[in-house]
Design a protein around this ligand. Structure first.
Ligand code: NIG
Ligand code: FE
Length: 414
């Protein structure tokens, strides 16, 4: 048994409830001005006011004591939406977008996601792993201790399974907890351009069952968007995935209001992601069926689109999580601090709401809320020390990361 006591910290954490935090609950954060956290075998044995934790610590044996010197301590970030497994950047495409070409135009012309597909298909498993690892370790340095990672740049059975194998290796060979998502329905690959329905057949009849047999992915996601997969096709894909045992998520109403948010509510998916263009009626339906909104402000920033209506979502009682959407096209950032800052300054979230969105609600979004997402007894000792008095520093000190130290299961990892 190893025990470490972290003392003299200003602790800020949302508190676990029986559901993700929504409405006024989203902004309810517990603060301990002079707190301590006792970690035993990677788990939180006690956390709270320093004197109380010390009393408990003195009863057992302590291996190490760390003075946090008044630093702000928050839960490790959970990033619930990434496409961080890719094999090449797309800097030329970024230049095209700056020159006025739209994201969907680039995809329709065979670039965008499809150029990432070419890169992933031609990369060896080892090359893909190394490229991915670099960005994942950077995310860890920015405070991400749990991450969702999607496949979706393979778009053939073989290449999708290769991506999931790499994602599994990231899970086993880095300190992060990883939730793997099968996203064979990310785009229609070139070879099915003239017959997209046949690709949906392939997804339903071959790819989804193969990913289920492989046993790495827990979730299945689909890009429901004009010119990609319609609501009808997305429904078919997600229903097949549910039958195969997957938990569901959906890229909904990212560019056009196609009704993806409504489909999320209808199917009771765990989350609906993006939602830049989602309409009010469908947001209400999401609130009613408890679907979490994974909001990705770095994508709106990079695509120069209006931000998702987060204030309205919170008013309607939709639980909000924030994510990077890290990918080489629409959002090349692995930084949760950046996304946190956009949440507060571009979308008018309170600091407390953004903290819940990047920790506990994000943990619910990947269904790991029993283990991570808040600093409470029995959970993993995954936490960050910030260079500031409160989590507001993440928005206030712009363009840099205020994450000084990163701990996973009580061990310093960055
Ligand atoms: O979430 N919308 C679809 N997928 C990603 C972008 C992927 C890419 O451009 O490579 C997104 O924005
Ligand atoms: Fe995405």
């Amino acid at each position: 048994m190893t025990s470490t006591l972290f003392r003299n910290a200003r602790i800020f954490t949302p508190l676990q409830s029986d559901r993700p935090l929504a409405g006024p609950e989203q902004g309810r954060v517990h603060v301990v001005p002079r707190g301590a956290l006792l970690c035993t075998n990677g788990l939180i044995a006690a956390v709270g006011p320093e004197e109380e934790v010390l009393r408990k610590a003195l009863r057992g044996e302590l291996d190490l004591e760390v003075d946090c010197r008044g630093a702000c301590m928050i839960p490790g970030f959970v990033d619930p939406h990434t496409h961080i497994c890719f094999a090449a950047r797309r800097e030329r495409e970024f230049a095209l977008r700056l020159a006025g070409k739209s994201y969907l135009e680039i995809l329709q012309e065979g670039g965008g996601i499809l150029s990432s597909v070419e890169a992933v298909r031609s990369a060896s498993e080892e090359e893909l792993y190394r490229f991915t690892l670099k960005n994942v370790l950077s995310a860890l340095r920015h405070g991400t201790t749990t991450m969702e990672i999607k496949s979706g740049y393979g778009l053939s059975t073989e290449a999708e399974l290769k991506m999931l194998t790499v994602i599994d290796r990231i899970a086993r060979e880095t300190p992060l907890d990883v939730a793997a998502t099968f996203m064979g329905g990310h785009a229609v690959p070139r070879e099915y351009k003239d017959n997209p329905e046949a690709f949906v057949d392939l997804l339903v009849n071959e790819m989804i069952p193969a990913a289920a047999r492989q046993g790495i992915a827990r979730f299945c996601d689909v890009f429901c968007e004009q010119g990609v997969f319609s609501v009808t096709q997305s429904r078919r894909i997600l229903q097949a995935a549910r039958t195969a045992g997957f938990r569901l998520r959906i890229h909904a109403d990212e560019v056009h209001d196609l009704g993806g948010a409504g489909l999320a509510a209808e199917l009771g998916t765990v989350s609906a992601e993006h939602l830049l263009a989602a309409n009010e009626a469908n947001l209400k339906a999401m609130a009613a069926s408890g679907v979490i909104a994974d909001v990705l402000p770095a994508t709106a920033y990079s695509l120069k689109k209006p931000y998702a209506p987060v204030r309205r979502m919170i008013e309607l009682g939709v639980p909000v999580a924030l994510a990077t959407d890290c990918n080489p096209g629409s959002s090349f950032t692995e930084s949760v601090p950046f996304v946190f800052g956009l949440g507060v300054l571009a979308m008018d979230m309170t600091v407390e709401e953004a903290l819940t969105a990047t920790t506990l609600n994000a943990a619910w979004s990947v269904e790991m809320h029993h283990r991570v997402g808040s600093l409470e007894e029995g959970k993993q000792a995954d936490f960050l020390l910030l260079d500031g008095e409160s989590p507001a520093i993440l928005a206030y000190h712009a363009g840099v990361s205020s994450v000084m130290e990163v701990y996973k299961k009580g061990v310093r990892v960055a």
